[in-house]
Design a protein around this ligand. Structure first.
Ligand SMILES: *Cc1c(COP(=O)(O)O)cnc(C)c1O
Length: 380
């Protein structure tokens, strides 16, 4: 089975982890800062805060903005649940704004009508690795004095007008889960140019305590103060060593993903019943996912048949995502459901994510193309 995504670990990665396992610091040691600096430099941000997951990164961003009960945060539904869960962790209310049908990115024409005096931020999800329209987002955010948090979990290495995702929003969250562009097993990071927000997130990831173990040891003291309620969202040093080693390969891996996408684009251009999402001219797409609309007719039954047929051919296509507002938790808690975001709901009926990861061979790509062509034509 060719999966839709998977990690790639080589001997250099293993050596980097083993070296840290033999050192004095398994966690909260020097590798954390090194990895933070390397990611900040890579995306062109002043600060980076490493945490235990992409979800923790999003939660830290909501905390740093002081999201609390009564606050509203705008978020698209075509994303992983964590993009909205982070708002609810802080007691805030997610306001789902529908997506554009060609890119499945948040529809910026529909954002302003949802802004109220209680709106504090917009979470911009760079779905599939395609950056949102950050110029327009910035205009909206400035006009209404609200913050932009990018959920860049799909978009490490992506660019908008030649600037990297991670440097475009007030804060950007990344994930290092194994299916993402680089992995630390579990892990995440927030990048920002705002030193105050970075400082607050560093305290938040360590129980709300102002110093870490290593800092106290350096200063020869046991005294620490817990100034706010935080969490243990720390990442280990051996994970950060893995992240450093993976980061060196990111450039080539994004190039390989783009190369696979280009082959898919050409192969599917003339096939009725399979339509890749649109890509804007001013972006460098990082292709965490390669998403297509399938079927001659929109509708869940045809897509489900295509999904099953492809799995029988050994092609591990997947569906990203069930719109978040349709999950029982959101329906029950916020009294929302079908009809709230019709474009996302309709898109969900027809989308498939095709295998896309740097270690795919050219033969794998050919096999995916042949199988999909055969299956989709059989439904024509
Ligand atoms: C993966 C992902 C997350 C969560 O990241 P974890 O590291 O798995 O916690 C959040 N948002 C999006 C869009 C993701 O793809």
């Amino acid at each position: 089975m060719i999966p839709y995504g998977r990690q790639f670990i080589d001997d250099d990665d293993i050596r980097a982890v083993v070296e840290v396992l033999k050192s004095d610091w398994l966690t909260t040691g020097p590798k954390v800062q090194e990895f933070e600096q390397a990611v900040a430099d890579y995306v062109g941000a002043k600060y980076a805060v490493a945490v235990s997951s992409g979800t923790a990164a999003l939660h830290a961003a909501m905390y740093a903005l002081d999201i609390e009960s009564g606050d509203e945060v705008i978020v698209p539904p075509m994303t992983f649940a964590a993009s909205a869960n982070c708002i609810v962790y802080q007691g805030g209310t997610p306001i789902f704004v529908d997506v554009s049908s060609d890119t499945l990115l948040i529809d910026l024409d529909k954002v302003e009508e949802k802004i109220t005096p209680r709106t504090k931020a917009i979470i911009a999800v760079d779905y599939a690795g395609h950056p949102c329209d950050y110029d327009t987002l910035r205009k909206i955010a400035t006009r209404h004095h609200i913050a932009i948090v990018a959920d860049g979990c799909h978009a490490l290495g992506a660019e908008y007008n030649s600037s990297k995702v991670g440097s475009l929003a007030d804060m950007t969250a990344f994930s290092f889960h194994p299916v993402k562009h680089i992995t630390t097993g579990e892990g995440g990071m927030i990048t920002t140019d705002n030193g105050n927000l970075a400082h607050r997130m560093k305290i938040f990831r360590n129980h709300g305590i102002t110093t870490d173990h290593r800092q106290r040891e350096d200063h020869g003291t046991w005294i620490y103060e817990m100034i706010d309620l935080g969490y243990n969202y720390r990442i280990t040093d051996f994970q950060c060593a893995l992240g450093m080693s993976q980061l060196k390969k990111l450039h080539d891996w994004v190039a390989r993903r783009r190369n696979i996408a280009a082959r898919y684009d050409i192969a599917f251009a003339d096939i009725e019943g399979i339509k890749p999402l649109a890509v804007r001219g001013n972006v460098h797409h990082a292709y965490h996912l390669y998403v297509v609309r399938t079927g001659m007719n929109e509708g869940d039954t045809e897509r489900t048949k295509i999904f099953k047929a492809l799995h029988e051919y050994g092609i591990g296509v997947n569906v990203h995502y069930i719109p978040v507002h349709l999950h029982p938790f959101y329906r029950n808690k916020f009294k929302i459901g079908p009809g709230l975001c019709p474009v996302a709901e309709a898109a969900y009926q027809s989308i498939l994510s095709l295998p896309m990861f740097p270690a795919m061979s050219d033969a794998d790509v050919s096999q995916v193309i042949e199988s999909i062509t055969k299956v989709v034509r059989s439904f024509a």
